[in-house]
Design a protein around this ligand. Structure first.
Ligand SMILES: [Fe+2]
Length: 265
């Protein structure tokens, strides 16, 4: 694991952690303890998998996820947004996440010392909520962790999936209008097109650095395809993308170490 350092004028000293996917959280925590950022931002995908396993919360089945949040919150104020894998979580799981001391930003924002910190929930999560909202109550009660929507949805065409996986961006307007320095946690960097100009800093992950990096470019990223544009680093002076904390692919990462990212003003 490496550490990456970026300077963005006006930004507070912060750590960006992304895409733990239930892997070992301790190397990242050691880094954060050493660097002492003022706040810690976790941009989602703390869990892994395309469907829940058994009749148990993924947060129970995958204990590193909550352990990461607990360890972060013990070091500095910690803010978390929801990534695509978090579609498997429900409201009770968000309560468990908040019990670690971390602030879960689920299409919402909080103010702190002149900062306005928001979290844009993945469109995958929103799609699942829409599906569950349409489901009869008795069906819902049976399905808590047995829903196989993630796999069934693969039978749809990419265009259909894109239309379904739409984030809720309405709240970004009042968020941007709230006075202060705005930090938006958005697991997906490709949501950049939705982000109003008044937001000074957007933090993302999801790409795993493009898995293989050649001449500073990633080879593939979910949501962006082959030779993606946004994989790791700073874009337009306001979007910071982390290459993430884990490898989940069946192939190794090439020239693409996992990383904790630090931003300073
Ligand atoms: Fe992701």
């Amino acid at each position: 694991m490496t550490e990456s350092f970026y300077t963005i004028p006006g930004a507070p000293h912060l750590a960006l952690l992304s895409d733990l996917h239930n892997r070992d959280y301790k190397p990242a925590i050691k880094s954060v303890q050493r660097r002492k950022p003022g706040i810690i931002c976790v941009t989602g995908d703390i869990i892994y998998g395309s469907a829940p396993e058994g009749d148990v919360s993924p947060l129970v089945a995958q204990p590193n996820a909550l352990a990461l949040l607990r360890a972060c919150a013990a070091i500095a104020p910690t803010y978390v947004s929801l990534g695509n894998h978090e579609w498997m979580l429900d409201q009770q799981d968000l309560v468990s996440m908040r019990a670690t001391g971390a602030v879960v930003l689920d299409n919402s924002w909080e103010e702190r010392d002149g900062l306005v910190i928001g979290g844009l929930t993945s469109g995958y999560v929103m799609r699942q909520r829409r599906r569950l909202a349409d489901m009869p109550a008795e069906e819902l009660a049976k399905r808590r962790y047995h829903d196989r929507g993630g796999i069934a949805s693969m039978l749809k065409t990419p265009a259909e999936l894109l239309l379904e996986r739409v984030p809720d961006d309405d709240w970004l307007i009042p968020f941007a209008a709230t006075p202060g320095y705005h930090i938006l946690l958005s697991h997906h960097p490709e949501y950049r097109r939705l982000v109003p100009k008044g937001i000074e800093l957007m933090l993302s992950g999801h790409t795993h650095g493009g898995q293989w990096r050649f001449f500073g470019r990633g080879a593939y990223a979910p949501g962006q395809g082959v030779w993606p544009k946004l994989t790791k680093g700073v874009y337009d002076g306001r979007l910071v993308v982390s290459a993430g904390l884990s490898n989940t692919a069946p192939v190794p990462r090439f020239f693409n170490p996992t990383e904790v990212v630090y931003v300073r003003g």
